[in-house]
Every structure is written in C-alpha cells, then in structure tokens.
Ligand binder design. Structure first.
Ligand SMILES: *Cc1c(COP(=O)(O)O)cnc(C)c1O
Length: 386
C-alpha cells in the first residue's frame, strides 16, 4: 500500500507571507509581535516539553523545563519585589488563567460568599472567573476618564458593605482599553480608612500588561508590585511586552498566603501537589521566556520600555496635531486612546471599538515594537484623508 502524504508546503508559504505582511498592521492589541529572535528555539520542537503540575514539587517522569520555570518565577519575583523564598508561582497559558488561579485561591481562602470588587474596565477574564468559581457577589466600580478606579465611587461602595464581610479586590496595572494604572495605594488607604481588616480581604493585581512595564520605570513613580504588603498575588503576561511566539503568563503568590490553603491534594500519577489549575502545561515557553528576559537584561528592558512609551507620546501628539479628537495617553502607557476612524481603517488595522462614556465611538493603538513610526504616520494620513 502506498501512503500519499498531504503536501501543505505551498499553503504554508502563502499563509506565512500573509502573516509577515499583516503583522505590521496589528495596532489594536496590547501585544509585542516582534518575536523573530525566538526562531533560535525552534530545534526544541523535536521534544514534548510538558511541565505537568507544580514546578516546585513536581517530579515529572517525562521531559520538562521545571528548572527554567523555577528560574523564571525567581526572576519575575525579583522584578516584582518579593523575596524569592517568599514567593510561589507558575507559568500559565495567559493572564486569563492567572486571574482564574488568583480568584480560585481567594475564594478557597475566603469562601465563595466573598464579594469580588473590581472595576468596570477590568479584563473580561475576571468576571468570567467569578462565574467559574461561583462567586455570589460581584461589584464593578466605575472608572474615571483616565480609566482608573474612581476613588470616591470606590469609597461609596465600601461604605455600603458591612465591615466584617469577606472581600476580594482585583485591581489593574495597565487596563485593556486605556492602559490605565489603578492607584492601588490610594485605594488601600480607603479600605483602611473605612475599616476593613486584612484578614477579611484578598488583593490580586492584574498586571498582565503593567507587570513588564512598571519594573522598568526606574523613578519609582508607579509602585505596583509586592512592595505593597497587602498585595497577595500578581499576574503578568509575557506576550504583551516581551514578545514570545505562544501566549504565556506568570502567576505569583506570597507563600505565606498559599500556605493558608490546607487541602491541596498530592497527585500520585505525576508526583506533584495539585496546586495548578491545568495538569499538562507548555514547557517550551518558560524556557524561551526565561532566556529572552535574560538576554535583554534589566537595562535592555528599561530601554525598550522607554522606547514604546515615547512612541506613544509622540503618536498622541501627532493625532492631536492632525485634529483627531478624544486623544488620551496615560502616563507611562504604550496605549493611545482616541476617536474611532472609519470602519475600513478600523478593520485594516485590527482595532477594537469602544463606546466612550459620552457615547462617542473610540478606539486605541498600542505602540509596541512591531508598530513602526512609519506605519503610524501612514495610519494618520489615512484617517485625515478619509
Ligand atoms: C491581556 C490581559 C488579560 C488576559 O490575558 P490573556 O493572556 O489574554 O489571557 C488580563 N488582564 C489584562 C489587563 C490584560 O491586558
């Protein structure tokens, strides 16, 4: 019998060509699509690298990269200012899963009678996670024009809740629509002032985007990490800022908080504590992510962060110069928000449409590495000539 193999070479070549061209116009998502330097990890595709279970207690019994995953947890712990001995974490397939992991732990500690308090600009994964863990109460606090949790509105919400209620706070470092940073310290002052005790609440920081921005803003103007002692856990994505070929994120929690969870079973099948939501996990990505972060180094990331933020400032100024309305560029954010152009342009540049608070349709651009100044100027030309 002769077996004919399906020949996909030509189709793949065409698809590659399409991707190479289309990439330059992917303006609308908070993702660095400059990943060409990851090609050097290609040879590892000949192995199945499966980080099954907990990277710290898991033993494997198969090929894995637990060692590099641990190093990555340590490296990110240092960047997020927690002692490596005090941190536990693991690599997930994206911050949606990291957020779910956080809410799963929070609801395990405080029960699902706890109330989740987050913002109306919070990522959709948070509300979805609340449904998955069957949380009974969810409150989405209004945001201000910049997209940060409105502090007064937040205080009013807290005043309407009994002081002994269990609360789960999800604040954000780098919101999706406007790249806003919640003023966590001020929100904590309110929590304190209204009279909630730490043992009655859990605080997670969704830093999917900001987790790889704020560590590289060296003037300490944005303190959004474990230096804030009330923060229990943080999620940070790697495909958003670092640029890796497969989406990935890290979830980090204080060990002292994790240790309050007593009933984590041990799984004999793969010799691991069952502390992670997924069983099988991508082992190649932690390897790529670790080496890419090491290669760029701290100074390199500071430079890259400055570059994308300066590009955003520049682009925002250009939009204003060209008469485009509703331009908003939060300080230290690679996100520029503005009035939405015509639909053809929205579609061509893969942009989302937001209903602004005043009813005007808006959109945003993230000035990541693969988005060039030239492309941005072309884009503005298209808007002004349309
Ligand atoms: C992207 C993002 C997420 C979700 O991350 P995925 O990697 O897409 O699952 C969560 N929160 C914020 C603020 C994000 O920007």
């Amino acid at each position: 019998m002769t077996v004919t193999q399906y020949d996909y070479k030509e189709e793949l070549n065409l698809f590659m060509k399409f991707l190479d061209e289309e990439k330059n116009k992917c303006f609308g998502i908070q993702m660095n699509q400059e990943t060409t330097d990851c090609l050097e990890f290609g040879p590892f595709l000949k192995h199945t690298l499966n980080n099954l279970g907990d990277p710290f207690t898991g033993k494997g019994g198969h090929l894995h990269t637990f060692n590099y995953e641990q190093k990555l947890v340590h490296l990110m712990s240092e960047l997020l200012n927690i002692n490596i001995e005090d941190a536990w974490g693991y690599y997930t397939s994206g911050s949606s899963i990291s957020n779910l992991q956080a809410l799963h732990f929070a609801a395990t500690i405080l029960t699902n009678n706890a109330t989740l308090i987050t913002s109306e600009d919070a990522h959709n994964s948070i509300i979805k996670a609340a449904k998955i863990v069957r949380l009974k109460n969810v409150i989405q606090v209004k945001t201000n024009q910049q997209g940060e949790i409105d502090v007064e509105g937040f205080e009013n919400v807290l005043r309407s809740i009994g002081k002994t209620e269990k609360l789960i706070f999800f604040f954000c470092s780098g919101t999706v629509s406007k790249g806003a940073y919640d003023d966590v310290q001020r929100l904590l002052d309110v929590i304190d002032h209204v009279g909630f005790q730490k043992e009655n609440y859990y605080l997670h920081l969704d830093a999917a985007l900001g987790g790889l921005i704020t560590p590289f803003i060296t003037n300490d103007e944005l303190i959004l990490d474990f230096r804030i002692p009330q923060i229990d856990s943080i999620s940070t994505s790697f495909h958003k800022r670092l640029g890796i070929p497969v989406p990935g994120s890290i979830f980090i929690i204080r060990k002292s908080v994790l240790n309050t969870i007593k009933n984590i079973p041990f799984i004999a099948d793969y010799s691991s504590n069952d502390s992670t939501i997924p069983g099988s996990r991508d082992g190649l990505s932690p390897l790529i992510t670790y080496f890419k972060l090491k290669k760029y180094g701290f100074e390199g990331m500071v430079f890259r962060t400055e570059r994308v933020i300066q590009k955003a400032n520049w682009f925002a100024e250009k939009l204003v110069e060209n008469g485009i309305k509703k331009v908003l560029n939060n300080k230290y954010s690679p996100c520029v928000y503005f009035e939405a152009p015509k639909n053809e342009i929205i579609n061509e540049y893969h942009l989302p449409i937001y209903n602004n608070k005043d009813g005007i349709k808006c959109t945003h651009v993230f000035t990541m590495e693969h988005v060039s100044e030239n492309q941005l100027l072309k884009f503005i030309n298209k808007i002004t000539n349309s």
